[in-house]
Design a protein around this ligand. Structure first.
Ligand code: SAH
Ligand code: F3S
Length: 432
């Protein structure tokens, strides 16, 4: 009889794909099948995130709960970025953990499973030609890794220390994987990397030098493919060639994640982001001039060390000028192994909370106005999710979440929808 695997995935889309890899590998080599009940699992995996401190603290309390409630003899494995970062420290603090597997070592899951107390966290391990496995959590959309690691050194970010140097996955492997996903029914491909538009700077071994723009062109030629999305691009690498391809290629969804981090050029320099407020606004302007209803999302950190009232006002200014549809906002969290953790000009906790609140309030105002403007508009929606309340949900090309009354036969189809009701979280419409 098959064994049961329970897996909890925290953090970013790359973790989601890493979990898919592990599920496929464990299924193929060790006959595990997924369960949603941790109490009946023979193996419990937590795929962790370490970009902020809170989830790391939560990990140990969660491990304790799993340890108490798990089936007798069940194993527990800690994977992902916190595994890379803390390594054997995890087994020291939670001795019942059976193995620790870093974010750059996903392909070794079957190996560590059979070695009690194994700690595999080599961030130089080259997984760039790790054979892609077929497990997909969605039948309609496929996540495709195009690179691993990150070569930047943003001073706040722990990711380069947990996922290692950036290596692009060979273009022919990516194209093969895309083709396979489309043949199995996915109409949308979601390309993944920590810095996708840096694609092609470094391969492991001899490979044709293809940049991200060219990769997009080649992928878009796949027959039967309707939509391409990607995350995360870096504003520094948004050159004209890339933005023009983004605008003119009909298969590329017109929604762009533009992680701003801060609107102050001074803070951006301290963060080592490589661009200024002016460059960021210039890129947005160029995008909007080519695609008036482009959907824009961003990540913003408030209260980075040394952030003054004026610096924060610059962030608010950019947010007002751009009018992002979606903002992921965070209070700065000092992370070990990062440069900024050594900065002493720390911003007061309370000021940080006030700024976060002010930013979120401003965004709510912007969003309320934006969604009002959507009333009566028609969007092509790709339906991916059946809701319990008799609705089916999907995304517009520019990434609004749109719901219509309907049932499962809509899943995996595209249709034009007229927006009849709007809210901050989603739009409601009728199929034309
Ligand atoms: N390359 C990825 C970054 C992954 S981290 C990307 O561009 O999306 C995801 C987001 O977490 C970052 O964009 C940043 O806004 C936030 N983040 C990273 N480190 C942080 C820290 N130390 N404190 C607060 N937020 C952080
Ligand atoms: Fe982190 Fe900057 Fe890379 S945010 S993942 S170091 S682009």
């Amino acid at each position: 009889m098959s064994k049961k695997l329970y897996i909890e995935t925290l953090g970013c889309a790359m973790n989601v794909r890493d979990s898919e890899h592990m599920i496929a590998e464990l299924n193929e080599k060790d006959d595990y099948v997924l369960t949603t009940d941790s109490k009946e699992a023979d193996l419990i995996l937590i795929n962790t995130c370490s970009v902020r401190e809170k989830p790391v603290q939560k990990l140990f309390s969660e491990l304790g709960v799993f340890n108490k409630s798990k089936k007798e003899g069940a194993k527990i494995g800690v994977c992902g970025c916190t595994a890379s970062h803390l390594g054997k420290e995890i087994i020291k603090r939670a001795p019942y953990v059976n193995f620790v597997l870093g974010a750059r070592n996903v392909s070794k899951i079957s190996e560590v499973l059979h070695k009690d107390k194994a700690v595999e966290i080599d961030i130089n391990y080259d997984e760039s030609d790790f054979a892609f496995k077929d497990f997909r959590s969605s039948a309609y959309k496929a996540y495709i890794n195009i690179s691993i690691g990150c070569d930047k050194s943003c001073t706040f970010c722990i990711v380069p220390k947990t996922r290692g140097d950036e290596i692009s996955i060979p273009t022919d492997l990516i194209l093969k994987e895309c083709q396979k996903a489309v043949e199995s029914g996915a109409k949308e491909l979601f390309l993944l990397g920590q810095n996708v538009n840096n694609y092609g700077r470094r391969f492991s071994g001899e490979h044709e030098k293809v940049n991200f723009t060219e990769l997009l062109r080649r992928i878009s030629k796949i027959e039967g493919l309707h939509r391409i999305r990607f995350t995360s691009p870096h504003p520094f690498h948004m050159d004209d060639e890339f933005l023009e391809e983004f605008a003119s290629n009909p298969k590329i969804c017109k929604s762009m994640h533009m992680p701003l981090q801060s609107g102050s050029s001074k803070v951006l320099k301290e963060m080592k982001r490589g661009y200024t407020k002016e460059w960021f606004l210039n890129r947005v302007e160029k995008l909007k001039s080519m695609i008036p209803d482009v959907g824009l999302s961003t990540d913003i950190i408030v209260a980075f060390p040394g952030e003054s009232d004026e610096d924060f006002a610059d962030t608010m200014d950019v947010v007002r000028k751009v009018g992002f549809e979606q903002i992921f906002s965070f209070k700065y969290s000092p992370r070990p192994l990062t440069e900024a953790a050594e900065f002493t000009n720390v911003v007061d906790e309370e000021i940080g909370s006030e700024r976060l609140f002010a930013l979120q309030e401003l965004h709510n105002e912007i969003l309320d106005q934006k969604v009002q403007e959507q009333l009566g508009r028609v969007y092509e929606v790709y339906f991916e999710e059946l809701r319990a309340d008799g609705y089916v949900a999907g995304r517009s090309d520019n990434n609004y979440l749109v719901k219509v009354k309907g049932s499962e036969e809509l899943l995996g189809t595209l249709a034009d929808v007229k927006i009849t009701k709007v809210g901050r979280a989603s739009l409601v419409g009728e199929i034309l």
